[in-house]
Design a protein around this ligand. Structure first.
Ligand SMILES: Nc1nc2c(ncn2[C@@H]2O[C@H](COP(=O)(O)OP(=O)(O)OP(=O)(O)O)[C@@H](O)[C@H]2O)c(=O)[nH]1
Ligand SMILES: [Mg+2]
Length: 616
């Protein structure tokens, strides 16, 4: 006896699939998703108007055919006829939420491309109407090329025409499968979905209309990436252009406070600890608070408006070329603040190889701890002039450094994917929220949190490391005519490191900063501040840290140092969290190894190129 035709109910999560399934089959039991990989069949029976009995199977909701969870895998396997113990459905009933049309149409388009006989239930039209959204089902039907029936699953409305349409599908001869038809480019799918939704919408609220118009622009295959690059460019220009007044004020405050306390203290060890250790060291880091807050102001605003998800969409394309999963975007994005939460966020990536690759390249995203290092070097060595109308050279260099990190990460992922972490990655889908004005309170809270994180680091790990370094750099004390940085313990350690890094143009001061900067990158700034402050006491000069550096380093050395910091894994917390997330020392050690190698090569290449151009 041949089994009755099988109809699969598919669609995005929360489209109302189970509600419609219940309405069609009269199922009583609470219908849920397939739990995990074990397939629990949720099948009901119904009789079509022509008297033909059919089986209906309720599938777990999914965002696309590239599974990111075991649930979605079941959905894909059933629809491709690959699920063990399940036959290929004879017809497909796609359920879409009418009030969320462009998001749901994306998956619908993929499903239609499968080539199965298909009916679309335009569900939740009651909610759409309530929201002032009027849809033209006939137009949608024309655009999609399959029957579209309006339904309200919970009220059992639209069931008769739906059953009639299914009946007709099963009567007509079966379509030939379209082979590997479905498009896997989320961006193109999104644009197609948006166009179809726009065509089917008769009237909508102004907010929805605005969202549609803006997406046409921001997701445009050419204009979209250009706009994204422009936004990032402006962001880094602003980090320099806007931060000058508050940064100067903060610097004056730190210097003034240091001078005042220094004057009140008797000459000696305690005074040196406070002036050279705390003020010259930690103070040198704290003055970068304005830059960090400006950077996060931009990020928070972009998140709050809903633009960030669009940026993820644009980036997803690029990342899939590098063999990274689109899911990697959010962890990598948070790594711009700090790689530690970024690496922890990779837990949302289901595929273990995708996840490992993302963890391994996360430290290449320019975290905010690099900002003080970059800003200090750029401030000291890159002239504050414009290279075009409104384009500052300093901001341009900063932009280039961030870009170098991103490109480095993509290339590293590409190589890792072909060597140590072989395997395929997949595209992903996410819901695009409406655009909205960011909530001021959220932005303020976000900035406050960033400021606290930064200041806690300054008062914690940076202070501790700087004080230890101060002690190592202060003893033994230099005699008359000797330089403190030559005789101290730290100076001798630096000599050892210097032999390794001298070929890539690093001077002894940098060598001295590299070891304590393993604790955290900002410590490099604090360390140089402390050492120069200790030395300067003998010289009796009153200079800012930038001036002291500009006098001692060549431009080639400064550029090599910047290149080093794009790659160097100088952060104990990142290494520790990698160990925790990968359950062992193998991958953190691999990460440290490949990143230091890259850092060495990048710094060396930069130095020798600069020397060749006469900048040594
Ligand atoms: N107003 C209204 N609510 C609906 C309609 N269809 C479904 N709902 C409600 O929408 C919610 C989601 O419905 P479900 O049937 O659970 O959605 P689903 O597609 O099975 O979701 P997943 O199983 O998570 O993929 C439920 O609270 C339903 O009661 C409709 O046409 N109108
Ligand atoms: Mg369901």
């Amino acid at each position: 006896m041949t089994p009755p035709p099988l109809i699969a109910v598919a669609g995005n999560p929360n489209a109302g699939k189970s509600a419609l399934f219940n309405a069609l089959t009269g199922a009583r039991q609470k219908v849920g998703n397939y739990p995990g990989v074990t397939v629990e069949r949720h099948v009901g029976k119904t009789i079509l108007p022509g008297g033909r009995p059919v089986e209906v199977v309720d599938l777990p909701g999914a965002y696309g055919l590239d599974p990111t969870s075991p649930d979605e895998e079941v959905t894909r396997d059933v629809l491709l006829g690959k699920q063990a113990g399940e036959r290929l459905p004879d017809a497909l009933l796609i359920v879409v939420d009418a009030s969320n049309l462009d998001n749901h149409l994306r998956f619908t388009l993929q499903l239609i491309d499968l080539g199965l006989p298909t009916v679309v239930a335009l569900n939740m039209v009651d909610l759409a109407k309530r929201d002032g959204l009027e849809l033209d089902a006939a137009r949608l039907q024309k655009e999609l090329g399959v029957p579209v029936i309006e339904t309200v699953a919970v009220r059992k409305r639209g069931l008769d025409p739906l059953l009639a349409a299914l009946d007709e599908l099963l009567l007509s001869p079966r379509l030939v499968r379209a082979g590997e038809g479905p498009s896997h480019d989320p961006l193109l799918l999104q644009l197609r979905a948006r166009d179809i939704a726009m065509a089917a919408i008769v009237s909508e609220t102004p907010v929805r209309r605005l969202t549609h118009r803006l997406d046409g622009l921001f997701l445009h295959p050419v204009a979209g990436p250009v706009i994204l690059a422009a936004i990032l460019f402006v962001m880094f220009q602003a980090v320099f252009a806007w931060s000058a007044p508050p940064a100067d004020a903060l610097e004056a405050l730190v210097t003034g406070l240091g001078t005042w306390i220094g004057g009140a203290l008797p000459d000696g060890i305690l005074r040196s600890l406070i002036i050279d250790g705390v003020f010259a060291g930690v103070g040198a880091v704290i003055v970068f608070l304005p830059q960090i807050l400006i950077l996060f102001l931009f990020i928070l605003l972009l998140e709050g408006t809903g633009y960030m998800v669009r940026a993820a969409f644009l980036m997803d394309r690029l990342m899939s070329h590098a063999g990274l999963s689109g899911r990697a975007f959010i962890p990598l994005l948070s790594s711009f603040a700090c790689a530690v939460p970024g690496i922890m966020a990779t837990r949302t990536i289901a595929d273990p190889k995708d996840r490992l690759t993302t963890i391994l390249v996360a430290p290449l995203m320019t975290c905010s701890a690099r900002l003080p290092v970059y800003t200090l070097i750029i401030g000291a060595f890159i002239p504050a002039r414009t290279v075009g109308p409104g384009i500052g050279l300093q901001g341009l260099v900063m932009f280039a450094l961030y870009l170098a990190g991103i490109i480095g990460a993509l290339l590293a992922a590409l190589v890792l994917r072909r060597t140590v972490v072989k395997g395929g990655g997949g595209a992903f889908m996410m819901e695009l929220p409406k655009y909205q004005m960011p909530r001021l309170a959220d932005v303020a809270l976000g900035l406050w949190q960033r400021a606290m994180i930064f200041l806690k680091r300054a008062g914690g790990i940076i202070l501790t490391t700087t004080v230890i370094l101060w002690a190592l750099a202060s003893f033994p004390q230099a005699g008359p005519g000797q330089k403190q940085s030559d005789v101290s313990i730290a100076g001798h350690i630096a000599d050892g490191i210097h032999t390794v890094v001298a070929p890539i143009g690093f001077n002894k001061d940098i060598s001295l900063a590299l070891l304590p900067a393993m604790a955290a990158r900002e410590v490099a700034v604090a360390a140089i501040g402390t050492v120069y402050s200790l030395d300067a006491e003998d010289e009796g000069q009153l200079q800012t840290l930038e001036q002291r550096m500009a006098g001692r380093w060549s431009l080639a050395t400064a550029l090599a140092f910047l290149a080093w910091f794009v790659f160097a894994p100088q952060c104990i917390s990142t290494i520790a969290v990698t160990r925790r997330e990968t359950n062992g020392w193998k991958w953190p050690l691999f990460m440290v190894g490949y990143l230091f190698t890259l850092a060495y090569i990048a710094a060396g290449a930069t130095y020798w190129t600069a020397v060749a151009f006469g900048l040594g």
